[in-house]
Design a protein around this ligand. Structure first.
Ligand SMILES: CC(C)(COP(=O)(O)OP(=O)(O)OC[C@H]1O[C@@H](n2cnc3c(N)ncnc32)[C@H](O)[C@@H]1OP(=O)(O)O)[C@@H](O)C(=O)NCCC(=O)NCCS
Length: 138
């Protein structure tokens, strides 16, 4: 049986292993164990995992800054895809954001991740062609 629950810091190693195994997720600045611990403390219950038995089979990070929600690093183990698990975790994230009063959420998809983009479209997300993503290292 597959169950879902909040992402706990004890899930970190399994989640990183999953993120390394899937295509389309890039581990970057802010993804150390200490950083993720701080992130989930700031956004309790919003990041999610799915497990079968004790095995972590899907994970997603989500949080908000009080105005916009953001989703990062959604990954479903290849052996468990197309069973609505990705959609289920995303819905749980969005429900947690709604409960926090957030009205809009954003995410980044790598330009070469065509299947990830198709998934987000199927889940109702829209492209934002008028915007360009920018960043700076601190
Ligand atoms: C993208 C990903 C999370 C989808 O997970 P999943 O559990 O297989 O997706 P779901 O079964 O919940 O699919 C939800 C909907 O999207 C569709 N979908 C899923 N993957 C798709 C794909 N590659 N192409 C087109 N549609 C897709 C499903 O058919 C379903 O449509 P429906 O609701 O009309 O039936 C998974 O393929 C994955 O981990 N990919 C690698 C990591 C990645 O790219 N993450 C996104 C980073 S931005």
């Amino acid at each position: 049986m597959i169950t879902t629950r909040e992402f706990r810091i004890e899930d970190y190693d399994s989640a990183v292993d999953l993120w390394h195994r899937v295509e389309g997720v890039e581990i970057a600045e802010g993804d150390s164990k200490e950083d993720i611990a701080r992130y989930i403390l700031r956004n309790p219950g919003v990041s999610r995992v799915a497990q079968e038995g004790t095995k972590i089979i899907a994970a997603v990070l989500c949080g908000h800054d009080g105005r916009r929600g953001v989703i990062y690093h959604l990954a479903v183990d290849p052996a468990y895809r197309r069973q609505a698990l990705g959609k289920r975790l995303v819905e749980e994230c969005l429900n947690a954001l709604r409960t926090a009063g957030i009205k809009r959420a954003l995410l980044l998809v790598a330009k070469n991740n065509a299947s990830g983009r198709s998934f987000w479209h199927r889940c109702g997300w829209e492209d934002i062609p008028a915007a360009l993503v920018m960043g700076i290292d601190l």
